[in-house]
Design a protein around this ligand. Structure first.
Ligand SMILES: Cc1ncc(COP(=O)(O)O)c(C=O)c1O
Length: 385
């Protein structure tokens, strides 16, 4: 038999799957997986349910329902002051994952280079490679996750087609600061490159921080493709509704990719997300405040246990250094240990790097009910306390 595509079949079982299976086997509280255990707003879900009943349930327009594209454009204006033409510059996708794939397949020519910043969300590298680009990796590492100017400059060349930027960043919970965004913008101009901006956590920033899309920097509107996700903004990760905002010339190529892959996204969900994006500020502020309270809860508990907790500026995730607990092993061994011995599962941060020495940090997901977070902390206290 002829082999399947070697790039994709080369990816074996991930450590995420291994840990999740181990968690099920041991009845462990799984703080490895990144999804909320409470569904998002009832009114948004009601709009989806009603639209399913009333229809139509046939193929919606390829670029997305006009009302959702208008809502995405209005959201861009309301939160970031971006002037966006909903007809030419917005496209709806089946989740941010599809949006990422569309952007990368739509832009990359085999032989192009793509700059990626480790730690990497898991789908980035396989898609970049499958699209034919040569990945140029730069890393930020805990505890400060600082982007090094020289390293980033060295990763860019005249072959650079794009950078993939995830801010707020999973798993680092880092929000890229003004200097870092300015540096990226400078390099994009210098090398005539694009930025695919994964901004799915745009509404989950803490301590009064506000999200600043790279697209809002001078000269960047024509170079950036900004991706959002209703899954994260409305705690409805199973819906898989995403949206891309980009200059019309860029979006045209990206739309081809979408056209030949999914073509559309369920119309009732699009309708509901359009309704959700128009919700008042109290909703969006409340989402960040709720997640911040959960962050504070788990951070305090982990600190009490002796972990060194790394600054968490946004997202669903918090990173902790377990060395002060005296555990003698790497992060994968630590995650196995707490799964089997305490009944709590986390994921090793080394899994987000291709190689290297970041091997004593673990990521806990905290978008869970307070009772579950408390229970996980109690279990860890029984083991380490
Ligand atoms: C950084 C990042 N990008 C994209 C996604 C996927 O988003 P969606 O579920 O909308 O495809 C996730 C989900 O965890 C994520 O953390």
């Amino acid at each position: 038999m002829k082999p399947a595509n070697s790039i994709l079949s080369g990816y074996g079982t991930t450590v995420f799957e291994v840990m999740s299976r181990l968690a099920i086997e041991h009845g462990s509280i799984n703080l490895g997986q990144g999804f909320p255990d409470e569904d998002g707003p009832a009114d948004v879900r009601r709009v989806a349910a009603e639209a399913l009943e009333s229809g139509p349930n046939q193929y919606p327009p390829m670029m997305g329902l006009p009302e959702l594209r208008q809502a995405v454009a209005a959201h861009n204006k309301r939160f970031y002051g971006l002037e966006v033409d909903w007809q030419g510059q917005v496209m709806v996708t089946s989740g941010a994952t599809e949006a990422l794939a569309d952007c990368l397949f739509g832009l990359i020519e085999p032989g192009d280079e793509a700059v990626l910043i480790e730690p990497l969300y898991d789908c980035y590298l396989p898609i970049v490679r499958r699209a034919g680009a040569i990945p140029r990796l730069v890393r930020v590492t805990p505890p400060d996750w600082r982007l090094d100017r020289r390293a980033l400059e060295a990763a860019f060349s005249d072959k650079t087609k794009l950078i993939l930027l995830n801010s707020p960043m999973n798993p680092a919970a880092k929000v890229f600061g003004p200097d870092e965004l300015a540096l990226i913008a400078e390099l994009l101009e210098r090398h005539d490159a694009y930025a695919v901006c994964d901004e799915v956590y745009e509404h989950i920033l803490f301590d009064g921080r506000r999200h600043v899309p790279l697209m809002t920097l001078p000269g960047m509107a024509k170079r950036c493709l900004r991706i959002g996700s209703a899954g994260k903004s409305f705690s409805l990760t199973g819906w898989k509704v995403g949206y891309v905002t980009a200059a019309a010339e860029l979006l045209a190529s990206v739309a081809k990719s979408h056209q030949f892959v999914t073509f559309t996204t369920p119309p009732n969900l699009q309708k509901a997300v359009a309704f959700g994006l128009a919700k008042d500020d109290a909703y969006f502020d409340g989402l960040a405040a709720d997640m911040q309270a959960k962050r504070d809860r788990i951070a305090a508990g982990l600190k009490r246990l002796g972990f060194t907790v790394i600054d968490c500026q946004g997202t669903y995730f918090i990173t902790a250094d377990f060395r002060p607990l005296g555990f003698d092993g790497d992060d994968v061994a630590f995650c196995r240990h707490i799964t089997t011995e305490a009944g709590v599962t986390a994921v090793p941060v080394s899994a987000f790097y291709q190689s290297g020495d970041v091997d004593h940090f673990v990521r806990f997901c905290f978008c869970k009910k307070d009772e579950l977070l408390d229970q996980a902390l109690e279990r860890l206290t029984r083991l380490f306390g």
